[in-house]
Design a binder for this molecule. Sequence first.
Ligand SMILES: *[C@@H]1O[C@H](CO)[C@@H](O)[C@H](O)[C@H]1NC(C)=O
Ligand SMILES: *[C@@H]1O[C@H](CO)[C@@H](O)[C@H](O)[C@H]1NC(C)=O
Ligand SMILES: *[C@@H]1O[C@H](CO)[C@@H](O)[C@H](O)[C@H]1NC(C)=O
Length: 129
Amino acid sequence: MKIHLFCLLITGFFFVSSNGVEVSTLLALKSSLVNPMDHLKDWSLAKNGSSLNSAHCKWTGVFCNSESYVERLDLSNMNLSSRVSDQIQGLQSLSSLNLCCNDFSTSLPKSLANLTSLKSIDVSQNNFV
Ligand SMILES: *[C@@H]1O[C@H](CO)[C@@H](O)[C@H](O)[C@H]1NC(C)=O
Ligand SMILES: *[C@@H]1O[C@H](CO)[C@@H](O)[C@H](O)[C@H]1NC(C)=O
Ligand SMILES: *[C@@H]1O[C@H](CO)[C@@H](O)[C@H](O)[C@H]1NC(C)=O
């Protein structure tokens, strides 16, 4: 009984903390972007702290899998510039990244190579160097 409860607690802890990583990664990405049209204005924590569940899955351009891990990011056509943070490697389930049609003129983060789930990436219509 005790062991069972302990396992439940551990599982719960990992679930919450993994999603916490997803949320803090998204916020770090946002903070390294210049977002002139404020398309990412809903990328923020709820005031009551309820974001430990899947609130980030409803943010603009964020699409999660059934376990609330970010699976797809669609940041196309947002006039974004500055740079994509290396912290993007925190999104370990990311399989599709769309950065099309923005104003990026920096280099892509080297840490993309660490995203082993990544299958599709669209960086067209930018000035990535
Ligand atoms: C927290 O806020 C969100 C939206 O801001 C709301 O949907 C949710 O019900 C709130 N949760 C609690 C526990 O008050
Ligand atoms: C992007 O910014 C340019 C000028 O910086 C503006 O002319 C254009 O309308 C913007 N496009 C979008 C989709 O917001
Ligand atoms: C990729 O992951 C490895 C291992 O965690 C880390 O040492 C390395 O710095 C990462 N690469 C980048 C470019 O962040």
